[in-house]
Design a protein around this ligand. Structure first.
Ligand code: SAH
Ligand code: ZN
Ligand code: ZN
Ligand code: ZN
Ligand code: ZN
Length: 429
């Protein structure tokens, strides 16, 4: 196999060396870019020995989950028949246990008396994965999740393709099970296979959004295609919140494939329509995202999380999240909550944060981070309030920046002059 068990087919990358020199191409695992998590690496032109292939297959087998999705669905059916006192969840293995399995897990930490309500909120039962580069799980704060769902409903959508948004999915699922009149449906696509213990094959597909890979093969693809089928009159939106370490290019390519699956299901006629999308991502990726999706625009809404490392504390003491919604829905339709300070700019025809002032010269509400930005006549654009124009660099920067330039572009913003660790975009200061 040309790939890793937990991620599917590998992606082709290019290692660039000195300037001008042609980069050497290699395959690496699309999801586990951290070598510590996955050893898969192979030069494009490399010959792999039989022994190494065998070793790789052995390693892949050892990382296969212990049950298939189908088996997990059966197990859940049996699990809910158990008395509360018999319902145990192994925290070490992150697995619901049937009584016959308790023995195998002796010495492990159990959570007991798993209620039906807990089975409906798996994102609270499972611990968030913490792999820093690729698979860190940042769960929506309840307020933001509720806001997203209310917005989706207000916009008239009745189906949500949840790509890497397990908490939104579970909010929809549990409302649907409690309230007959609640008519929104959701399909979760996620690489975290632990969720297969809680959802049927119609509710969850094991999916890698870096290479558009359905682990469940054609059947899973068909489930997704069926979900996107539009003839039912229920409008569908895709909501995605990928890991920020992810490559925008790989993500965009997968999302375009999901969007074309939607287009294929479309009734004849309006072929130039795009599947509505909310792509949730930090604001400093704006230009990268717009490169791939020119029809998208960035909303000012700050998406909040229960556990986010990128938070900074604002002046008000309220944590400031750099995470925004990118969407191809007409901005003025995306109504942001006035009780949180958002207001409508009639010139820009969109909702903006309270501190975002309309700049007469730029003719737009220019702040990206919610604070009031100032216009720099030399740069001919608005910049962060803490920045000053530097004559040496011929641009605005923090007062104490170092003026020396390096040639390699920054990983985060792509600009030259600094490395990712000192990227001005990453700091809200
Ligand atoms: N805020 C969201 C969670 C976002 S965290 C919520 O509360 O619902 C990123 C999510 O993407 C996680 O659920 C993670 O399992 C998933 N993910 C990470 N890498 C992925 C990949 N390569 N393919 C599909 N899903 C992935
Ligand atoms: Zn404006
Ligand atoms: Zn301006
Ligand atoms: Zn300078
Ligand atoms: Zn940068």
């Amino acid at each position: 196999g040309n790939g890793c068990a937990s991620a599917g087919p590998a992606l082709l990358f290019v290692k660039t060396s000195r300037a001008g020199e042609q980069g050497r191409r290699f395959y690496a695992c699309s999801a586990c870019r951290d070598r510590k998590d996955c050893s898969f690496f192979q030069w494009e032109d490399e010959k792999v020995s039989e022994t190494r292939l065998a070793a790789r297959e052995e390693y892949n087998r050892s990382r296969q989950p212990s049950f298939t999705h189908r088996q997990n669905v059966e197990r859940l059916k049996n699990f809910v028949l158990l008395a509360l006192s018999q319902r145990k969840f192994c925290q070490d293995c992150q697995q619901l246990l049937l009584p016959s399995e308790w023995q195998e897990h002796s010495g492990h930490q159990f959570q007991c008396d798993i209620s039906t309500a807990q089975l409906k909120t798996p994102s609270q039962l499972l611990y968030p994965l913490e792999n820093k580069k690729t698979n860190a799980q940042y769960l929506f704060a309840d307020r933001s999740c509720q806001f997203l769902l209310d917005l989706i409903i207000a916009l008239g959508f009745r189906r949500v393709l949840s790509v890497g948004t397990p908490r939104l999915h579970e909010m929809i699922q549990s409302k649907a099970s409690q309230d007959e009149d609640f008519s929104v449906r959701s399909l979760l696509l996620d690489i975290d296979f632990r969720y297969s213990q809680f959802y049927t094959e119609d509710e969850f597909c094991h999916y890698n959004m870096f290479n558009h890979y359905f682990f469940g093969g054609e059947a899973a693809r068909e489930t997704c295609q069926q979900f996107l089928y539009q003839n039912t009159g229920e409008r569908v939106i895709m909501v995605t919140d990928p890991p920020f370490g992810g490559l925008v290019e790989a993500l965009a390519s997968s999302f375009k494939k999901l969007m074309s699956m939607w287009r294929e299901t479309e009734k004849e006629g309006d072929n130039n329509q795009e599947m509505p999308v909310f792509w949730i991502f930090p604001y400093f990726f704006e230009s990268r995202i717009l490169e791939f999706f020119p029809s998208f625009s960035m909303m000012d809404y700050q998406v909040d999380y229960d556990n986010h490392a990128l938070y900074k504390h604002g002046k008000t003491g309220r944590r400031q999240s750099p995470v925004r919604i990118f969407t191809n829905i007409t901005p003025r339709m995306v109504v942001l909550p006035t009780e949180e300070g958002y207001r409508f700019c009639t010139i820009c025809q969109r909702y903006v944060s309270s501190g975002n002032q309309h700049c007469e010269i730029c003719n737009s509400c220019t702040s990206k981070d919610g604070r009031r930005w100032k216009h720099c006549a030399l740069c001919n654009k608005c910049v962060k309030p803490s920045w000053f124009h530097c004559d040496k660099c011929n641009c605005c920067a923090l007062q104490d920046h170092s003026c020396e330039r390096t040639d390699a572009g920054c990983f985060v913003c792509g600009k030259a002059g600094h490395k990712r660790s000192t990227c001005p975009q990453l700091s809200l200061a």
